[in-house]
Write a protein that binds this ligand. Structure first.
Ligand SMILES: NC(=O)c1ccc[n+]([C@@H]2O[C@H](COP(=O)([O-])OP(=O)(O)OC[C@H]3O[C@@H](n4cnc5c(N)ncnc54)[C@H](O)[C@@H]3O)[C@@H](O)[C@H]2O)c1
Length: 288
């Protein structure tokens, strides 16, 4: 599948990798963000947009920006305040919830049948002050948001579910990204080993931005109608110690399911492997 894809949050950490990946794959990318980025300066089609304004969202997805742009065939929605605690909770809600409603609803209004958006690992119950129900965690239990940021992600998943029920031709794929990393971030990884509690909050997971972009590209090719969510993490943890020993020390009462590879991710990517063909290509271990 190719054609015009609108990528929101295109200037962000994940968005920059997604824009580069989709252009490489032959998509006609329109970058949308509150700010411009290097890609915009380099000539990637770009519209500075406030996604909390529904009229603007209709225009960028519909191709009405300069009266000549193509209408999008797909939307990748990544724009958000990307974590709890960056701004007051009310500001996180007031930005993220309307922006997502506007994107989802404009896509529906314009007949766009393919929507991929950034959900988050946080809906799995991060920071796991309440231990996970089992490990590796997967998509099989109800979202457990523990912050306003995560609550909005859970609401978005619920909203997508109903929008797909209303339109049986609509495909909406929510990617529950782990903590996004660029190569420069890997320099800090060696320091995590000393204290297993440092990264316990997300079960020692991470996602290389390039593998996150791979998942977005694959999700755009997923054509089964309905809403689907996938955990997207790398295949290993951020730690040198084994995943089994981390679970035994930090979450001794939690059932560990299946046989774990030494550094195997505790954020299960089996569903993404199975249904999307996702195969992470990067590991911090190859970079430092
Ligand atoms: N960074 C992580 O570790 C992480 C983990 C899981 C999920 N996510 C999710 O992935 C997505 C991308 O995260 P990121 O790390 O690239 O964040 P980022 O902050 O680097 O990028 C987000 C971009 O969205 C834009 N944006 C926010 N609100 C907007 C609005 N109202 N209108 C227009 N643009 C707006 C910002 O300008 C920014 O460029 C987010 O939805 C985030 O919640 C991130």
């Amino acid at each position: 599948m190719t054609g015009r894809v609108v990528v929101t949050g295109a200037a962000g950490k994940l968005g920059r990798a997604v824009v580069a990946d989709l252009i490489d794959a032959g998509w006609d990318v329109l970058g949308v963000d509150r700010v411009r980025s290097e890609a915009a300066e380099a000539g990637v089609p770009w519209v500075v947009t406030d996604l909390t304004d529904y009229g603007q969202v209709l225009e960028v997805i519909g191709g009405f920006v300069d009266e000549s742009g193509p209408r999008a065939v797909a939307v990748v929605h990544l724009a958000a305040v990307p974590a709890p605690g960056l701004v007051p909770n009310s500001a996180t809600f007031a930005n993220n919830a309307p922006a997502t409603w506007n994107v989802f609803n404009a896509a529906r209004a314009l007949g766009v049948k393919r929507v991929v958006w950034a959900s988050s690992e946080t809906v799995l119950g991060l920071p796991f002050d309440v231990p996970p129900p089992y490990a590796p965690v997967d998509e099989e239990y109800r979202p457990r948001p523990e912050s306003t940021y995560s609550l909005v992600k859970a609401l978005e998943e619920e909203m997508a579910d109903h929008l797909c029920r209303w339109d049986p031709e609509l495909t909406m794929v929510g990617l529950r990204f782990s903590n996004v990393m660029e190569v420069a971030d890997y320099a800090a990884f060696g320091s995590f080993d000393a204290d297993p509690s440092l990264r316990k909050w997300n079960l020692w997971g991470y996602i290389d931005a390039r593998d996150g972009a791979q998942a977005v590209r694959l999700a755009l090719g997923y054509d089964r109608p309905g809403r689907e969510v996938f955990i997207i993490a790398n295949a290993d943890t951020v730690m040198s110690r084994s995943s089994a020993s981390l679970m035994a020390e930090v979450f001794p009462g939690v059932e560990v399911r299946g046989s774990l590879g030494k550094n195997e991710t505790l954020l299960s990517i089996d569903k993404a492997r199975r249904l999307l063909g996702y195969v992470p290509a990067h590991s911090w271990r190859d970079q430092i």
